[in-house]
Design a protein. Structure first.
Lengths: 972, 235, 224
């Protein structure tokens, strides 16, 4: 039965395929690009033993990967689950094997060359505990919260496990191997340290408890030089050291004894990717690096001060120990120094300088690989910077490659049109001013046309001379090979080339060319932290002025919270060249209040600037720029906004009034969407896109009458999730509720609920419809519901919509469908005028981006098609939505951990730009109704031309023949 | 032409009511709500009691409003004043008591809308399936700037609508499977009927063809005898 | 007989309750986390490159499994429940399977049927995935081919009668000299009547513009 059902469906899908937009094979890479990222690196190993051709890396984004150290490209990449389960707690490498531990419980080993798994063992323990893994002999030893495991490298058989004593109270944080023995170190805050030493056969050699009253939550401990446990005790300004081989007691060294004039608050460990047996690098204050080591008596002593150094690392190479250090030598310039640790002599023969752009922030961690080449020591240094970028320095300080890993942390995305050329802008300028008379306008026109001619001629001459036109490009990075990036940032004919502006978690703001994904400019605002919005990191990014208002420059603003104070932090810039606006500090503007709501006003002021309105926690209204206050005051009679209280399930509406020369928000409505029994939480609020164009006011039905759409621009869709508690009759079950609320008056247009359904709920809200996706726990499947709102057969007001007079209960049609695959997110396509049919763009968890025509999600799909429904063009109702590979716009380019999809219209009505962001970036164009406004690219120009030509030739020949025949006939 | 459309609407409404009807067991008790109103324009408006709303039945949309008193002359003055300044008129309903105070749901409309309608309005109270009040809104007419005599501004003419949370749509797999089964049965029936022999199926095509052939053959010899006279036969 | 049945049933129920009680006792001790095992095979190629970019998603990536070099996988730490297991590979397509894990850790694998989730069609456990087909992401470009053009029904309806009219008589002519003569006379008669328009003239008339139509027009006039 089901099989035949499938067949039936398949038939139907093939019938519909012609409707669906799909790529052609020769279009691969033509207008799409993908960038693969790995996230911020937290562990890094050079390929063992000596080649160093590859890097093995684990990252904060739950990725382990192998990078080619010559190019920085990914050799293989394993992406684990999002969240705690996929976290890579620890990773080690020993030449043959990579060993990892995930979420404190799962130990796995991997083949370094191919990335294939050898084996995985599931340990007993608690998954909140941070696991640890080491090699000893041909064993992998791993630490969970309650046990130590010793597992043979090759096969996960015959392994031993050691139960850790008192593991419910003692936190076993550290696992270290030295001289064939494994040490597990457990800590009890405020009392003691437990040290277990375990032999290779799994026998516990000793268990010792050592008093350690200084241990606090913030006490940092690590193992140095192989077998010393070193703790930084901030309370007593001392360093406490314990010899793990022979644990008798902690030996304290006060920081003053080190000869450093600082207290422990300003002392940090510099994280190192590798361990060493010589010493430890410590940063003192902001501008000094010292190297310390532990003597046999357990006392810590100072080995060397590196006063100019920004960052340093210790490297072992050919039985010698070296210190590599980056030192500031000028603005955006660092010098590389390599010291032989036995003699403290510089090893490098001459100055090695490198350009280090200030927009990377400070270097946070480095790792160095040394090798001999023609008798000299050469190095490769990997630098991890504050902005999460990873770069490799080699030779005489050249940057071989850079991975912009901040791109894996997008918090806001916007696409901005590029500006037209200056000449074109001047030309258009004449339409802007109305007070000119005909004569001046004419003169202006002639002038601009002359100047256009002039530049054209100059360009032609330059072309003839072979001079390449160079625009002013801010040189960054030094050896970027992006030659094509030197072309001007000017709008193309159909505005298909845009500037992608992206804000990221570390505070990096970048501008990217949509055409190739290359970075055009970048800014580092380290103090800008994202807000937490429904559990996702988000900053607010608005385009305050577009490029359409020459000579006013375009302007974007990013709003986040300050890293230190948590108050508002804004940064405003020109989205095209990335230059910050005048009066904007380099690190952004720190505002003295907390934000509860912010939004961009729909109207622009006399300078074509849309002011950003900020509401603080005392409900005072501020504007950015602050000069817009008076304009907002003028407009305040029609400014309304809402604030949601997520945990209490209240949404409040406000208007803006003037009180004592100040703008304040006045509460005008309140909606209670809480049900205390179900403990509902608001999990998402989705408004329509502010600049959405809707072409058609209604829908023509089969009988030629029109069903008018309910187009309320002030409508938001609110989702709440909760749980119906268990009763005597049935178990507890999850519920979700959807509310459509008019945010001017607080009127709830429509509300529905789903029992036995749970999130995450993904909502698309556009035109007169809402589509949402949820998981049906009873039927164990993902479902997609579509709501469409109609005013009915009559339209209340065709010119302008007002929330005060709109029909109170529009007709809401609804239907639900099965969506067979789990998804990360979904959105809808967006075109210039809204004529093109809409596509639903779904970021699937299998790594595909799938487009589904909105027609499939039409609540009016009839179960049994009739003449009338066919006339209307609705598809017959089939519960399961068709998902097929032809609809995957990213074809075989799998994308991981998609966070969001951004769509943006282009100058072509048929075409919409799509950017998917997450761990990977992917950009392409889609044409939901195919390309109807320009000739298809596969249009056969040659065929048409040759047919026309041959017809022409044929007609001439036949004419000749005909006349000859006629002549012959005359002679007869 | 409009008839099918009407039918369609009817169908939609029956669906809605059908669904709400199935939750009769959820909440059907009557509930009395206090309605408060305010003509204040500032940030901290003072509300006074206007009357009570009695919800008789959530499911069958039965609710009434009874006013406490008719609009006092002071209130009338306040209303007229706020009409002049394009002010607003607010109402609210207390829904629950918490430690931090009473929780209200509230809404507002343009004061002129209340004024010009002569205090007639429709209140829409949104209620979830367990009877919890979600929100309230006012529907009135829109402002045209007309003058209303004071005599029309004393008694409230209020209609109350209850809007209940409906059950969200679910995929209609049942009827689809039934439909497929039906189609299949029909197909099966069709294929059974088609089990007839080739001749019994296509006799109506074969017989005329054969007859034609016979006629042609009977003509042909004549043609040959008659020589070239029947040239048209070639075409 | 009926009595017998009754007793039998009672015994079964009794046994069932015992095993239930036993399992509950065990449950309290062991952690209710299980592992999902299986193997992925691609039969259409001997190249092993596909293993590197294949992963196994349980419930859309809630749990992820990576393959060993023989294509097998183990996903540890999966609590009891019902999960859809998919194999993700950009080139090959696999059919997803549903795995049910009871609270006791009993495993069952079955086909995914979203339309009727209650229908159970069990398959082998540990899971076995075999590639169904290669994924096709692309539309075929319509190419201009002479055969497409010729077999177009419109063209066929135009060309076939043409062929019948023009070529058939000629072929017949070639076969028989007498008939040829006959035909010729026929054709002559036809031509004289000019009931059948001359092809070349017609083409010229359509494409060659005014001049030729004029000429043909004048010809007709003359004939009248």
């Amino acid at each position: 039965m089901a099989a035949t059902g499938m067949n039936f469906q398949l038939l139907f899908y093939f019938a519909c395929l012609s409707v669906i937009y799909a790529l052609y094979e020769d279009q691969i890479g033509k207008f799409d690009w993908r960038q693969q990222y790995i996230g911020k690196v937290n562990r890094l190993y050079w390929e063992q033993p000596t080649s160093g051709k590859r890097l093995f890396v684990s990252t904060e984004k739950n990725v382990i990967t192998s990078l080619n150290s010559a190019s920085g490209k990914i050799v293989w990449r394993k992406v684990f689950e999002e969240g705690r389960r996929g976290e890579v707690d620890d990773m080690v490498h020993n030449g043959d094997v990579l060993a990892t531990v995930h979420a404190g419980r799962r130990v796995a080993t991997w083949h370094p060359a191919s990335g294939n798994q050898h084996w995985e063992i599931f340990m007993d323990g608690d998954d909140t505990h941070k696991g640890s893994v080491r090699f000893v002999g041909d064993l992998v030893v791993a630490l969970s919260s309650s046990k130590v495991y010793g597992i043979p490298l090759k096969v996960a058989k015959d392994f031993w496990e050691v139960e850790l004593p008192n593991s419910d109270t003692v936190n076993y944080k550290i696992l270290e191997v030295y001289d064939g023995k494994t040490y597990a170190v457990g800590m009890t805050l405020g009392s003691e340290v437990k040290v277990l030493s375990i032999g290779q056969d799994g026998a516990v050699l000793s268990t010792k408890s050592i008093l350690a009253g200084f241990l606090r939550q913030n006490t940092e401990c690590r193992v140095v030089q192989g077998y010393y446990l070193m703790c930084l005790c901030k309370m007593t300004d001392s360093i406490q050291v314990l010899n793990l081989q022979n644990p008798k007691g902690f030996v304290a060294t006060s920081i003053q004894d080190l000869g450093v004039q600082e207290n422990s608050e300003s002392i940090y460990w510099i994280k190192s990717f590798n361990s060493n047996e010589v010493g430890e690098i410590i940063r003192v204050g902001n501008d000094m690096i010292v190297i310390v080591n532990v003597g046999t008596n357990g006392r810590v002593s100072l080995m060397k001060q590196l006063p100019k150094s920004v960052i340093a690392d210790i490297v072992n190479y050919e039985d010698k120990t070296y210190i590599v250090s980056l030192e500031q030598t000028g603005h955006e310039e660092y010098g590389v120094s390599l010291y032989d640790m036995s003699s403290w002599e510089q090893v490098l023969d001459h100055n090695h300088r490198l350009h280090y752009a200030s927009h990377h922030g400070l270097p946070e961690q480095i790792s160095c690989f040394l090798a001999h080449r023609s008798g000299k020591i050469v190095y490769k240094i990997v630098v991890l910077s504050q902005d999460y970028s990873l770069q490799l320095i080699h030779k005489t300080g050249k940057i071989a490659w850079r991975r912009d890993e901040f791109m894996a942390y997008p918090t806001a995305v916007e696409m901005v049109d590029l500006p037209v050329s200056e000449n074109q802008a001047k030309f258009e300028d004449e339409f802007g001013s109305h007070d000119d008379n005909v004569m001046t306008m004419f003169v202006k026109r002639v002038k601009t046309q002359l100047s256009q001619l002039q530049t054209f001629v100059i360009q032609q001459i330059q072309k003839l001379r072979g001079v390449k036109h160079h625009s002013v490009v801010i040189e960054e990075g030094g050896d970027d090979d992006d030659v094509d990036d030197e072309e001007d940032l000017l709008r193309d004919e159909f505005s298909l080339h845009k500037m992608i502006v992206m804000a990221t978690t570390p505070g990096k703001i970048v501008g990217m060319r949509s055409i190739n994904g290359h970075i055009a400019w970048q800014h580092f605002v380290p103090e800008l932290n994202p807000f937490d919005r429904f559990g996702k990191e988000k900053v607010i990014l608005h385009v305050q002025r577009t490029t359409a208002h020459f000579p006013h420059l375009p302007q974007c603003v990013v709003l986040g919270k300050n890293k230190v104070s948590g108050r508002a932090h804004v940064f405003a810039f020109n989205p095209i060249n990335g230059q910050r606006i005048s009066q904007m500090p380099v690190g952004g503007l720190h505002l003295p209040y907390n934000i509860v709501q912010s939004f961009l006003l729909g109207e622009w002021d006399k300078d074509f600037m849309k002011p950003l309105i900020l509401v603080d926690d005392s409900y005072s209204v501020h504007t950015f720029p602050s000069t817009a206050q008076s304009f907002v005051t003028e407009q305040s009679f029609n400014i309304y906004m809402y604030v949601s209280d997520i945990d209490n399930g209240m949404i409040s509406g406000y208007r803006i009034i003037k009180q004592q020369n100040k703008l304040v928000a006045d509460n005008v409505w309140k909606v209670n969407i809480q049900n205390q029994r179900q403990n509902l939480k608001i999990t998402s609020i989705v408004a329509k896109k502010a600049n959405e164009h809707i072409h058609s006011q209604g829908r023509v039905l089969g009988d030629r009458s029109v069903l008018y759409k309910y187009l309320n621009p002030n409508l938001i869709a609110v989702v709440t999730q909760g749980e119906e508690p268990a009763t005597s009759q049935q178990k507890a079950y999850p519920v979700i509720n959807i509310y459509l609320i008019d945010v001017i008056t607080g009127h709830i247009i429509f509300h529905d609920n789903h029992r036995k359904a749970q999130g995450p709920v993904h909502v698309i809200h556009s035109e007169n419809w809402v589509v949402y996706n949820y998981y049906n726990t009873k039927q164990r499947r993902h479902e997609m519901a579509a709501l469409e709102m109609y005013e009915g057969k009559n339209q209340s007001n065709s010119t302008v919509f007002s929330s005060f007079t709109a029909p109170h209960q529009p007709l809401v049609m609804r239907q639900s469908f099965i969506f067979p695959l789990p998804m990360y997110t979904m959105t809808t396509s967006d075109t210039e005028k809204g004529i093109t049919a809409k596509d639903i763009i779904v970021g699937l968890k299998n790594g595909g981006i799938f487009t589904l025509p909105k027609a499939f999600l039409d609540p009016r799909r009839p179960l049994a098609p009739t003449q009338e429904t066919q006339e209307e063009g609705t598809l017959p109702y089939i519960p399961e939505l068709p998902v097929h590979t032809e609809g995957m716009i990213n074809y075989n380019q799998t994308l991981y951990h998609i966070q969001g999809i951004h769509t943006s219209p282009t100058g072509l009505e048929s075409t919409c730009l799509v950017l998917s962001y997450g761990l990977d970036l992917f950009h392409t164009r889609i044409q939901p109704s195919k390309m109807f406004d320009v000739l298809k690219e596969d249009f056969e120009h040659w065929l048409i031309a040759s047919v026309v030509l041959s017809m022409l030739v044929a007609s001439f020949i036949t004419q000749k023949l005909a006349s000859r025949k006629a002549l012959n006939r005359q002679w007869k | 032409m409009a008839a099918p459309m009407k039918l369609f609407f009817v169908a939609i409404f029956t669906i809605i009511f059908g669904l709400t009807a199935s939750f009769d067991d959820e909440f059907e008790g009557s509930r009395t709500l206090t309605l408060e109103h305010s003509f204040d324009q500032g940030q901290d408006p003072v509300f006074t009691k206007r009357g009570t709303v009695v919800i008789r039945s959530v499911q069958s949309n039965k609710a009434t409003f009874s006013q406490l008193t008719s609009l006092s002359s002071e209130d009338r003055k306040l209303l007229k004043e706020s009409v002049k300044t394009d002010g607003i008129y607010r109402i609210r309903i207390p829904i629950r008591e918490t430690e931090e105070g009473t929780v209200y749901v509230s809404t507002f409309t343009k004061a002129c809308a209340i004024y010009e309608s002569g205090l007639s309005e429709i209140l829409v109270i949104s209620v979830d399936q367990s009877g919890e009040v979600l929100g309230i809104s006012i529907a009135t007419r829109y402002c045209q700037g007309i003058h209303v005599p004071s005599s029309n501004l004393s008694d409230w003419n209020t209609k109350v609508d209850i809007s209940v949370t409906v059950t969200g749509p679910a995929p209609d797999t049942q009827s689809y499977i039934e439909k497929i089964k039906r189609d299949e049965q029909e197909k099966a029936k069709g294929s059974q009927a088609d089990n007839r022999s080739f001749f019994s199926k296509y006799w109506m095509y074969i017989v005329p063809f054969v007859i034609m052939m016979f006629i042609m053959q009977s003509i042909d010899p004549q043609q040959q005898q008659g020589g070239g006279s029947g040239g048209g036969g070639g075409r | 007989m009926e009595n017998m049945n009754c007793i039998f049933l009672a015994i079964i129920v009794f046994l069932g309750s015992i095993s239930l009680a036993l399992s509950e006792a065990i449950d309290a001790e062991i952690v209710d986390e299980f592992k999902v095992e299986g193997k992925v095979e691609v039969v259409s190629t001997t190249n092993k490159d596909w293993i590197a970019n294949t992963q196994v998603n349980v419930e859309g990536g809630l749990f992820v499994g990576h393959l060993r070099s023989d294509g097998s996988f183990v996903i540890n730490g999966v609590p009891s429940g019902s999960y859809v297991v998919e194999v993700i590979n950009p080139t090959y397509m696999f059919e997803p399977l549903r795995v049910d894990i009871t609270a006791k850790g009993k495993m069952r694998a079955r086909r995914v049927n979203y339309l009727q989730p209650a229908v159970v069609k069990t398959v082998h456990y540990p899971l076995e995935f075999r590639d169904r087909r290669k994924a096709n992401y692309f539309q075929k470009r319509e190419q201009w081919k002479i055969t497409d053009f010729l077999f177009n029904p419109m063209v066929l309806t135009m060309v076939l009668p043409l062929v019948l009219i023009m070529i058939l008589p000629k072929m017949m002519n070639a076969a028989d000299p007498e008939a040829q003569k006959e035909m010729q006379s026929q054709m002559k008669a036809l031509n004289d009547k000019s009931s059948l328009p001359d092809m070349s003239e017609m083409l010229a008339g359509w494409l060659g513009g005014g001049a030729s139509t004029k000429s043909s027009g004048s010809k007709q006039n003359r004939k009248r």
